[in-house]
Write a protein that binds this ligand. Structure first.
Ligand code: FEO
Ligand code: CA
Ligand code: CA
Ligand code: CA
Length: 601
């Protein structure tokens, strides 16, 4: 009989071997179930999923596509139940629809895809006897947010002329949220969600005649001609030439109150507009929220927002309404990181400098606060709307694709996943620096930040690279100094979360080591700091998203099973989750210990 697995508390499981199985694989002694799949009905009146009879109306009452960020909130008074919140980042039409013609999508397909984007709130219930977690359809809190749901723009840029369209002369009412990638859970019981690659929904950049507008759109990655989904052919708001300000209404952090199904969700302009991966808050000692957010693009920046207002702890309607305004008043900052080793020692190979660490100091450069801009040549409104340009002007540090930026609830230290950047040091791309030390960075790294005086509102910090990812046998990798013969390989860190013991859990997207993506845990303190252990892997073509690690259960969002890098690649792709001949369905999976005990203890 093998002995009890060792590891830091919370990480005592036998690591899963890297693999290419078309399955969710979990450690021995653990079990799993599908909590909810794309198309499962959640609202009253929504039909069961039928791939061959799907409609936009059905989809608007069903769980959306490509579940990404997940969070679970308590549901007091309902035994064994919690409230699950999920982002639905994007759609894979070529997988969703049999015989899909990308040149000629039908109106129905377009409208199904639009309804499959957005967010879901769905109550889930634990089955006492089995350990399974199941969705509760038709619960009164269940809700879908999609392309036609009304959102309210708030904060200092709300109502700006650049946010007004022919359908909304006020510049404050937006229909829909798109490409919601990661998110955050607030201490006041709401959920934040980042609008990430919103550029891909808007076409015809080449027909935009205003040169300044075109340059700004270019900085955000908008493209010429038709989009891949061709929504602009069905709805003029997605045509940059016809409705030039509509695109300015996306790229924000969204806030939802999942406990009030009648509430209007909000887009907070004070947090700036960029490709928000997620938005994760922590509180200052005097109760003001500070929200960290990464802009997921090669050579883009890490930001934080510090609120001027204090959270109210009460649960009254007035307290909740106050808390929904916390992210409207405050200061937006961008990060600049400076290494402490000589530049010549950072040669792009990933070899550690002579002081033994990639580390240094940093400053949070203020960009704007309320109506006041701190950026030469830009108004505050321009800073919020075109935040990337503000970061460019103040010399922020160009990072290797900042994904989740997550404060540890235990220590307040902040961890940022820099997923990869194969353009680092190539052609015109910026060269290596101590915070992004490898050229052609295929596997990414994880940055650790400690705010000065442990104060989240501080304008300075110290930082070090916690992990430099890849195959531990590769000399350019680093696992916080932990012996590399005792760790799992890790590539392309994306989403981050913490377990109840303070261990960091990392899900991956795009494993460049040839194996499938997965979820890994790593101790951040103590003797085992840096010991990375793989907890699960996901099926063919899938990315691992939205990890939640509770005391007795782990949840992951299995996103885009069957997605192929190359449309001409091998068929069939994945058969997950419903088996041969069935259409792949992105799903939420729960994992628990068969003996009912706590995870990793
Ligand atoms: Fe949607 Fe940056 O991952
Ligand atoms: Ca992500
Ligand atoms: Ca150093
Ligand atoms: Ca990703």
């Amino acid at each position: 009989r093998p002995g009890r697995p060792d590891g830091a508390k919370g990480l005592r499981f036998r690591p899963v071997e890297p693999n290419t199985k078309d399955a969710v694989t979990v450690p021995s002694g653990y079990d799993q179930n599908l909590v909810i799949r794309w198309g499962d009905p959640i609202l009253r009146g929504a039909p069961d999923f039928d791939a061959d009879k799907q409609s936009a109306k059905a989809q608007a009452g069903q769980f959306g596509y490509n579940n990404d960020f997940l969070t679970l909130l308590p549901l007091p008074g309902e035994q064994g139940r919690q409230v699950l919140f999920a982002n639905h980042e994007y759609t894979n039409e070529e997988i969703m629809f049999r015989g899909y013609d990308p040149e000629k999508p039908t109106r129905e397909q377009v409208e199904i895809a639009q309804a499959a984007h957005g967010l879901s709130v769905v109550v889930v219930q634990e089955e006492r006897k089995t350990g399974k977690l199941k969705a509760v359809p038709r619960h009164k809190l269940n809700r879908r947010f999609h392309s036609r749901t009304e959102f309210r723009l708030t904060g200092p840029a709300a109502g700006s002329e650049l946010l007004r369209t022919s359908a909304d002369r006020t510049g404050t009412k937006v229909l829909g949220t798109f490409n919601n990638c990661a998110g955050g859970t607030t201490p006041w019981g709401t959920v934040l969600s980042g609008e990430e690659n919103f550029n891909q929904y808007f076409g015809n950049l080449d027909k935009v005649t205003d040169a300044e507008a075109a340059a700004r759109l270019k900085r955000y990655g908008f493209e010429e001609g038709a989009t891949a989904r061709r929504w602009e052919e069905f709805d003029t708001r997605f045509d940059l030439a016809r409705e030039p300000n509509e695109a300015n209404r996306f790229g924000w952090v969204v806030e939802v109150d999942p406990y009030d199904p009648d509430s209007t969700p909000v887009k907070h302009t004070a947090l700036g507009r960029f490709k928000h991966e997620g938005a994760e808050p922590q509180l200052t000692a005097d109760g003001r929220p500070v929200v960290y957010s990464g802009d997921d693009e090669r050579f883009d920046y890490i930001y934080k927002f510090v609120s001027d207002k204090r959270v109210r702890r009460g649960r009254s309607r007035a307290d909740r309404a106050h808390n929904m305004t916390l992210l409207d008043d405050g200061t937006l900052y961008v990060a600049k990181l400076t290494g402490d080793s000589p530049k010549k020692e950072i040669d792009g190979s990933g070899k550690l400098p002579s002081d033994g660490e990639f580390d240094g100091t940093g400053e949070w450069i203020p960009l704007a606060s309320g109506d006041e801009s701190f950026v030469d040549g830009m108004t505050a409104e321009e800073v919020y709307l075109f935040t990337r340009l503000a970061g460019d002007k103040v010399g922020a540090t160009k990072m290797d694709r900042p994904e989740d930026v997550e404060p540890s609830p235990r220590t307040g230290r902040i961890y940022a996943a820099l997923t990869n950047n194969t353009a680092r040091g190539v052609d015109d791309g910026a060269g290596p620096d101590e915070a992004n030390p490898r050229i052609e960075n295929k596997h990414g790294h994880v940055l650790e930040i400690a705010e000065n005086w442990d104060d989240p509102s501080s304008d300075g910090f110290v930082w070090r690279l916690f992990l430099v990812c890849g195959d531990p046998e590769d000399d350019s990798t680093y696992f916080a100094g932990y012996p590399k013969d005792k760790v799992s390989p890790i590539s392309c860190p994306d989403n981050l979360t913490f377990d109840p013991y303070g261990n960091l859990w990392i899900s991956t997207d795009g494993n460049a080591l040839g194996n499938h993506d997965g979820l890994l845990g790593v101790a951040t303190a103590g003797e085992r700091r840096g010991e990375v252990k793989q907890f699960l892997t996901v099926p063919k073509g899938a990315e691992t998203c939205g990890p939640i690690v509770q005391e007795d259960r782990v949840l992951v969002a299995v996103q885009h099973p069957g997605e192929l890098d190359d449309a001409s690649a091998e068929k069939p792709g994945s058969q997950w989750p419903d088996g041969p001949g069935k259409i792949n369905r992105p799903s939420v999976v729960a994992v628990w210990r068969k003996d009912g005990r706590r995870i990793g203890v």
